[in-house]
Ligand binder design. Sequence first.
Ligand code: ATP
Length: 244
Amino acid sequence: MLNVEGLTIRVGARAIVTDFSCTLEQGRITCLIGPSGCGKTSVLKWLAGILPPAITADGAITLDGQPIVRPHPDLAYQPQSDALFPWLSIAGNAALGLEMAGRSRKAARAEVVAHFGAFGLAGCEDLYPEQISGGMRQRAAFLRTIVQDSRFVLLDEPFSALDAVTRLRMQDWLCARLEASPRGVLMVTHDLHEATQMADRILVMSAGPGPLVADIPILTPRESRTEAALAETRTLLKSLLLET
Ligand SMILES: Nc1ncnc2c1ncn2[C@@H]1O[C@H](COP(=O)(O)OP(=O)(O)OP(=O)(O)O)[C@@H](O)[C@H]1O
């Protein structure tokens, strides 16, 4: 279990996040939503240990009750931008996390290339990032993150550049992967449909810096999440976002 307590993030004297707390459990998807600029990305960057030096933060983080130093191998992070290296092929980029974790280049490449079909990247193995579309780059970055062995995954709008059908496919792929290999996921999204379809719980941040506005468990099993079953939750989320 990953626990965050009392996280406050400041840019100079200005607080952008105040008193943020959450618990991530393995096998559960937590979606983080909130208005643009409320600090969602900053929270993920803090968790990943990559906040820029100009941004300061106070807060406690523990993994199974023990404080951890980040970057940490049990926390994989996919930034909002695809952040692919232009000089590496798509297969090379996707395999990078596994290589850094100690796999040989050949083994890492074989492991990621096995998913290229499901990710709509078949035939792109030896192309470079500038040769493929933004949606394809985002899928390669997602693959690089999700194949890692980390117990927790931090995803910042991982499907924002995808068309509607591809997005649904990737959502299904992620849910199936997590069932086969349970990990804790914290995913930022602006898409209420995505959040309610995928999440076990949804954390709502406020526009102004302040504690979470709401922490909403989604109890309906994923296979029963019809439009009707989720309508009430979506209405609640919309009204919370409008209020903030
Ligand atoms: N490097 C930085 N220097 C100065 N201010 C920053 C920096 N990074 C973020 N901020 C400010 O911190 C606040 C929170 O930004 P952040 O990107 O975390 O929000 P967000 O909720 O993820 O936004 P969005 O939904 O638009 O991606 C914003 O006011 C932003 O301008």
